[in-house]
Ligand binder design. Structure first.
Ligand SMILES: Cc1cc2nc3c(=O)[nH]c(=O)nc-3n(C[C@H](O)[C@H](O)[C@H](O)COP(=O)(O)O)c2cc1C
Length: 377
């Protein structure tokens, strides 16, 4: 099938028109939010989306943390920070979706421009800085959404630290957001890896992370799985320390990885929008330049834990081959953001049908059997 996004829409969106990336993102979220709220299970809009974008096979379904994931391909955090389009993600084929990052206090984020496409690299540079309406607003929205229509796929909520909260009070800040949002998410992510909140990544130290984890566990009445999302720029020793904490401290899993502050190997020298040197711009890079590093980290964590700690793999997934590489390196689930921007809404379906072909080629019954396969063969 010809893909209308790649054929018609992408050439316009990614043309030399210099359309503002954040403005387009805002339109996309509003449209998706509208579609999600408009459709019911039986409405023609929903039926059309399901037929176009979804692909179902019991061989792609998997259980993890007592949750059933109809397929392993998820939407990564940051696309739907305020959960506005929360109702639409299952109809776009995703097997999980992660809302947020949300902070205890609503905040505007960094000054614009703060979102740039590096088209020649299949990448995005962002320094959004956790722009979001805050945990109370997200809780109110999800309360209403789920009352009308309970989520059909596991929904994660990604928690960050408010900019106004000093680092020393971070644990209480994460705890307050978690308390407000606990009933509305299926799993929760402690995000300590965004490069765009000053000092945030220092919370990846075992001492700080341990404090946050203890604070969340103290109020985790419904026993929600708690994961941590790590940066790709950590040294191996720091990754090992987090993995060890995960095992001893009761973390349910690790998300590898967030965006990178590395700038090596980029083809794009200057930003199309501003003409500034990419190397000198603050922010995190996502997409293809991140792909190998995130896979390497997944492989390392899987080895160190001998596959006992579920990993969500994210970074530069554009094709089924990319997803398969991360799954066989040790990711139980994968997520995508930049790839989905570039490849469009038919990408998930392509990934899922492609994964099924890989399962056939490897003579495996289900996707769970492929997790960590490259360590066994
Ligand atoms: C514009 C943009 C905003 C993002 N915002 C967040 C965020 O709020 N929280 C988060 O944990 N990750 C955020 N991310 C990181 C993604 O969730 C993901 O970890 C990263 O982009 C790597 O995946 P990808 O190569 O598929 O994009 C953001 C990424 C982009 C491109």
């Amino acid at each position: 099938m010809k893909d209308p996004y790649r054929q018609f829409l992408r050439p316009v969106l990614f043309s030399g028109l210099k359309l503002d990336a954040e403005l387009l993102h805002g339109y996309a979220i509003r449209t998706l939010s509208y579609l999600g709220r408009l459709g019911t299970e039986s409405s023609w809009q929903t039926q059309w989306m399901q037929q176009q974008f979804c692909f179902t096979s019991p061989r792609l379904s998997q259980s993890c943390w007592g949750l059933t994931f109809p397929n392993p391909v998820g939407l990564a955090a940051g696309f739907d920070k305020d959960g506005e389009a929360a109702l639409v993600w299952p109809w776009l084929g995703f097997g999980l979706a992660e809302l947020g990052t949300v902070t205890r206090h609503g905040q505007p984020g960094n000054p614009t421009p703060r979102l740039f496409r590096l088209v020649d690299d299949g990448a995005v540079l962002n320094r959004m800085g956790f722009n979001n309406q805050g945990a109370t607003a997200l809780a109110g929205r999800l309360e209403q959404y789920w009352r009308d229509r309970p989520a059909r796929i596991p929904m994660g909520i990604n928690l960050g630290k408010s900019k106004v909260t000093p680092l020393a009070e971070a644990a209480a800040d994460y705890q307050a957001s978690f308390q407000l949002l606990q009933p509305y998410g299926d799993y929760f992510v402690i995000n300590v890896s965004s490069p765009n909140t000053p000092g945030l990544r220092s919370l990846q130290s075992v001492e700080h992370l341990g404090e946050i984890l203890t604070a969340l566990r103290a109020v985790n009445n419904s026993d929600k799985p708690l994961l941590v999302k790590i940066a790709p720029d950590l040294a191996w020793a720091d990754i090992d320390a987090i993995v060890d904490l995960a095992i001893t401290g009761g973390l349910a899993g690790i998300i590898a990885t967030n965006t990178t502050i590395a700038r090596q190997g980029l083809k794009t020298q200057r930003l199309a929008q501003t003409g500034n040197l990419v190397a000198a711009e603050a922010g995190g890079i996502s997409g293809l330049p991140l792909q190998q590093r995130s896979t390497e980290i997944i492989r390392h964590i899987y080895s160190r834990t001998q596959g006992t700690l579920p990993i969500i793999g994210v970074g530069g997934i554009f094709t089924a081959a990319d997803a398969w590489e991360k799954i066989t390196a040790g990711a139980s689930l994968v997520q995508t953001y930049t790839g989905w921007l570039y490849e469009g809404p038919w990408m998930v379906r392509r990934l899922l049908t492609g994964l099924l072909t890989y399962l056939d080629q490897a003579d495996l019954a289900g996707i769970g059997d492929a997790v960590g396969l490259s360590h066994r063969r």
